[in-house]
Every structure is written in structure tokens, then in C-alpha cells.
Design a protein around this ligand. Structure first.
Ligand code: F6P
Length: 543
């Protein structure tokens, strides 16, 4: 494949950007009354209005041309058919198989995986039902009322985000907690008010070797044994989710409470695998199935919808447009739903661990920007903290506004206020307010320059009916495939994460150096050495 920057589509986009990059959304909307219709699309139960982007019909044509030239559709088809597109780990990338309907057939190395997926889903459903209806009890025959998921990264962010997003569909008689950080306060705070006899720990880890998770799992075992007063309690109070069944067995989790998944599921793409066990216990197997159906609907949309109406493709290409042609460094994710409070954090891992890459698929350094920084907060909270910079700062921050037509809360009137704010913010960001408009409204001269909002700040608006399990699934798959599209354009491996390894190795080296008692022979750089010395001496003083 031609190098990205010398490809005809890239060059055409560069020239096109030079022509239209400075056009104002005000003018673009004035010149084209059909713009909102022209630049909106629907799929998988989601409506995407992308008209408030700094694009015209030619931009879309050129971006779709870029996707074609970079072979995005072929790569997508390779993913769906189980090709080993995670080249650096020689693995298939088949999160789409996790939500394939029963009876579908998707092969890895000639063997169908969908039947295995449903076998695990059935076992999870049975386990979840027994916990929810009280047939499954703890060591002292008490009903399980607390579920504590211990896991980090993809084994944490998805389950925690989904639990919060779908609380309206959850069992309110149960408590769900999520422990991720190796900081002991995370575990202590999550468990300090729980009755151990009513608590189930789910150890969620793809590898079952992650330092944070194994440390917290060990702390959980000690906590449980101490509180319940018996080693035998472990088998009733622990479940595990992993691809490393040997590690799980060694840890002592009852095989009947162990749920597997496969190396073709990336950690950040795993919340709809058995990693979603806590989600299933919270919302029930039927709602979990509805979530999978939502994922699948978007998978099918991505696989079959024509490019010009393909939501994940368009979303991914718009990210490339701002990232590579406008030099935008970040994307803001603003869900207008308090229940999606952890959605930006979830997307952070999805996007940044997938596309934060410095070499292409052949291992050559890239000479273009790859994945943007993702951040965000729910609206309206963000409006009262950082939106000032979005409106009047000097940086271009394209944002996704995500909202729902129907409220989940009984305070329906407040939902109108929420959504009015979402629509208003997108409008203000796009069109701003000129000095002339302000002066016509009587703005004092001395204030006018400070009050001007330039506008021309791009947003996508994603609108769905209700934040329910199906919609959540669809929304998550939308972003998964948007991330995929970007990675395909940039010719990077969106499914490995080698960059996280070095820090883990160095931490492993430093851990024994912090232990008091033995004087370590420090061989780091002068800064790290001095910090370790200072830490040791202060810690000794404190103890
Ligand atoms: O360190 C990064 C990472 O490997 C993520 O990719 C993953 O989601 C997380 O750690 C947790 O890994 P595991 O599920 O194997 O404990």
C-alpha cells in the first residue's frame, strides 16, 4: 500500500482542507438549507447528525475515497471473518463474535467460535439467575447481596461503566462495587461496609497475571477468610473470569464459578464477554442479551450499510479529518446523561490504547498523527467547568454530544432542561455570537470583545430514544468500529498495547527496592534513585 501521506486521497484531502478549512459553519448553513438532512444518518437505533462539522459534500466524498484507498472495508471484512488482523500478536480480532446470534458461524483456525460463546453465556445466565433469585448462597447460607468486581483496564472500565449506565435496569436490592487500583484504599473503601457472608468477589482478568488484580484478589481472599472465619468459604464467595483457566484454578476459584473467554477478545473489547458477568448479575440475562443485540445491530450496520450512511465509518473518518488535517489533538465526549458518567473513561481506553501507536503494520515509524486524546464529562456538569475553553479558547476540540429523547428518571421535566442544554451547546459552539450581534443587543463596547464567541467549533450529535441495554450496546459498537476505521486508515495495529509493558517491568524492578530492611543498590537514573531514597526515608519515619 502507498505510504499514507503520498496517497492520492490524502493529497486531495490536504488540498481540500487548504480550500475549506477556514470556512465558517455559519456560512455553510446559510448556503445550504438542506445541510442537516444531507449530513445525518441512522443505524442500529442511533441517529447521527454530523452537519455541525467543518465539512461539505466534497469533504465526505474525499474522506470516503480515503477509506476506500486504505482498504477499510477489506480490513473490516477480514476482522469479521476471523483473519489474524492483530498482526503483532498473531491473533484474530473477534469481539463481534461475542454478540453473534446463536447458530451463526464464525471460524478461527477452522473452528466455529459462536457455539462456545453461547455456551459461556448460558453458564453465566444460570449463575446470574441463581444469585439474583437467592438460590446461590454464601458459605453461611446467607443470600449474596454484594458483588465486588476486581479487575483493571478492560476488566474494569466496561463493567463499571455499564453498571452505572444501566442502573435503571438493575437489581436495586444488591450492591455492586468495582475495585481496580492497587492503592489499598480502593479495596478497603469498597468493602468496609460489606458483610463478607453476603459478598461475592468476581476476579476479572484476561491474563490472570495483572499485578493490581492479583494483589487485590489476594487481599479479598484474606479479608473474606478473616471475616467469615473459614478457608472453606473461598469456594462460595469467589468467581473468576479469564482466558487463563490454569491461573484461576491455581488461585483456588471453584471451576463451577469460572467463566472463560478467548485470546481473540482484546481486553478493551471484552465487556460483552464473560467480563460482563457483574453486568449480567446486575441487569439479568435478558437485559444482557438485549445489550448484545444492540452491539450486533451496529456490527451489522457497519458491515452492510453503504459507506455514505455508515455511522462508524463516518465517525472514524471525521476523527481522521480533524486529527490529521486540522491538527486537533483531542476529542471531547459529552454524554448528556448522568448515567454515562464513566463513558468517557471507557472510551479513553478503547481509543487511546487502540490507536496510540507510533509505527505502522510493518513496524515503520509513522510520519503522521495517530490516535487523538479522548476525554470528557457528562453535560451539563462540564458546561460549568471546561466549556469556557471550548467556546472561547484557542484550541480546536471537536466534541461528540450524546443524548436521549426519553428520560429514565421520573423527573421528566428535568430531562427537557438537560436536552435543551445539549442542543444549545452544540448550537453555540457552531454559530457563536458576533460583535455586531452583541452590540445590537446592547453589549457595552468595553465588554464586547470579551463576550464574542467565534463559533465554528465542530460537534457530532448522537441521539437515541432511551438509554437502555440495546442502545448502550449499539453505542459501544459504534465507537469500537469508529476506532477500527481510524486504525485502518492509519495502517496501525489497533489491537495490541506494547507501550504498557515497559512501565510494568520497571515497577517490578522497583517494588523490592522500596521494601524496608534491605538497603538496595540503586542503578536507575539520578532522579529515580533520589526519589526512591527520599520515599524510603520518609516511609521509615512515618512507620
Ligand atoms: O496493561 C494494559 C492491559 O493489558 C489492558 O489492555 C487490559 O485491559 C488490562 O491491562 C487488564 O488486563 P487483564 O484483564 O489481563 O488483567
Amino acid at each position: 500500500m502507498t505510504a499514507l501521506k503520498s496517497s492520492p486521497a490524502w493529497k486531495a484531502l490536504k488540498a481540500h482542507h487548504a480550500q475549506i478549512g477556514n470556512l465558517h459553519l455559519r456560512a455553510m448553513f446559510n448556503d445550504d438549507p438542506g445541510r442537516a438532512d444531507r449530513f445525518s444518518a441512522e443505524g442500529g437505533g442511533l441517529f447521527l447528525d454530523y452537519s455541525k462539522n467543518r465539512i461539505n459534500a466534497e469533504t465526505v466524498r474525499l474522506l470516503l475515497g480515503l477509506a476506500e484507498e486504505r482498504g477499510v472495508a477489506n480490513r473490516r471484512d477480514d476482522m469479521f471473518s476471523g483473519e489474524k488482523i492483530n498482526v503483532t500478536e498473531r491473533r484474530a480480532v473477534l469481539h463481534i463474535a461475542l454478540r453473534a446470534p446463536r447458530g451463526a458461524r464464525i471460524e478461527v483456525d477452522g473452528a466455529d467460535v459462536v457455539a462456545d460463546v453461547h455456551k459461556v453465556l448460558d453458564a453465566m445466565a444460570e449463575f446470574a439467575a441463581r444469585i439474583r433469585d437467592g438460590r446461590y448462597v454464601g458459605h453461611t447460607c446467607k443470600r449474596i447481596r454484594n458483588v465486588v468486581n476486581i479487575g483493571i483496564g478492560g476488566s474494569f472500565l466496561g463493567p463499571q461503566m455499564a453498571y452505572r449506565a444501566l442502573r435503571a435496569f438493575g437489581d436495586r436490592s444488591m450492591n455492586f462495587r468495582f475495585v481496580a487500583n492497587v492503592d489499598g484504599t480502593d479495596f478497603s473503601e469498597a468493602t468496609q461496609d460489606l458483610d463478607a457472608a453476603e459478598t461475592l468477589f468476581i476476579i476479572s482478568s484476561k491474563t490472570f497475571t495483572t499485578l493490581e488484580t492479583m494483589t487485590n484478589a489476594t487481599a479479598a481472599r484474606a479479608w473474606l477468610v478473616e471475616k467469615v472465619g473459614s478457608d472453606a468459604a473461598v469456594s462460595r464467595h469467589f468467581a473468576a473470569v479469564s482466558t487463563n483457566i490454569e491461573g484461576v484454578t491455581k488461585f483456588g476459584v471453584d471451576p463451577a464459578n469460572t467463566f472463560g473467554f478467548w485470546d481473540w477478545v482484546g481486553g478493551r473489547y471484552s465487556m460483552d464477554s464473560a467480563i460482563g458477568l457483574s453486568t449480567m448479575i446486575a441487569i439479568g440475562a435478558e437485559n444482557f442479551a438485549a445489550m448484545l443485540a444492540g452491539f450486533h445491530a451496529m456490527d451489522e450496520h457497519f458491515r452492510t450499510a453503504p459507506p455514505a450512511r455508515n455511522l462508524p465509518l463516518l465517525l472514524g473518518l471525521l476523527t481522521v479529518w480533524y486529527n490529521n488535517f486540522f491538527g486537533a489533538q483531542t476529542i471531547g465526549i459529552m454524554p448528556y446523561a448522568a448515567a454515562l458518567a464513566r463513558f468517557p473513561a471507557y472510551l479513553q481506553q478503547l481509543q487511546m490504547e487502540s490507536n496510540g501507536k507510533h509505527v505502522d503494520l510493518e513496524g515503520h515509524p509513522v510520519d503522521y498523527q495517530t490516535g487523538p486524546i479522548v476525554w470528557g464529562e457528562p453535560g451539563t456538569d462540564g458546561q460549568h467547568s471546561f466549556y469556557q475553553l471550548l467556546h472561547q479558547g484557542t484550541k480546536l476540540v471537536p466534541c461528540d454530544m450524546i443524548g436521549f429523547c426519553k428520560p429514565l428518571s421520573p423527573l421528566a421535566g428535568q430531562h427537557d432542561l438537560l436536552m435543551a442544554n445539549m442542543f444549545a451547546q452544540a448550537e453555540a459552539l457552531a454559530f457563536g455570537k458576533t460583535a455586531a450581534e452583541l452590540m445590537a443587543e446592547g453589549s457595552p463596547d468595553f465588554q464586547t470583545p470579551f463576550r464574542v464567541t467565534e463559533g465554528n467549533r465542530p460537534t457530532n450529535t448522537i441521539l437515541a430514544d432511551t438509554l437502555d441495554p440495546t442502545t448502550l450496546g449499539s453505542l459501544l459498537a459504534l465507537y469500537e468500529h469508529s476506532v477500527f476505521t481510524q486504525g485502518a486508515v492509519w495502517s496501525i495495529d489497533s489491537f495490541d498495547q506494547w507501550g504498557v509493558e515497559l512501565g510494568k517491568v520497571l515497577a517490578g524492578r522497583i517494588i523490592p527496592e522500596l521494601r524496608l530492611g534491605v538497603e538496595p543498590d540503586l542503578k536507575h537514573d539520578s532522579s529515580t534513585n533520589a526519589l526512591i531514597v527520599r520515599f524510603r526515608s520518609r516511609r521509615k519515619d512515618a512507620s
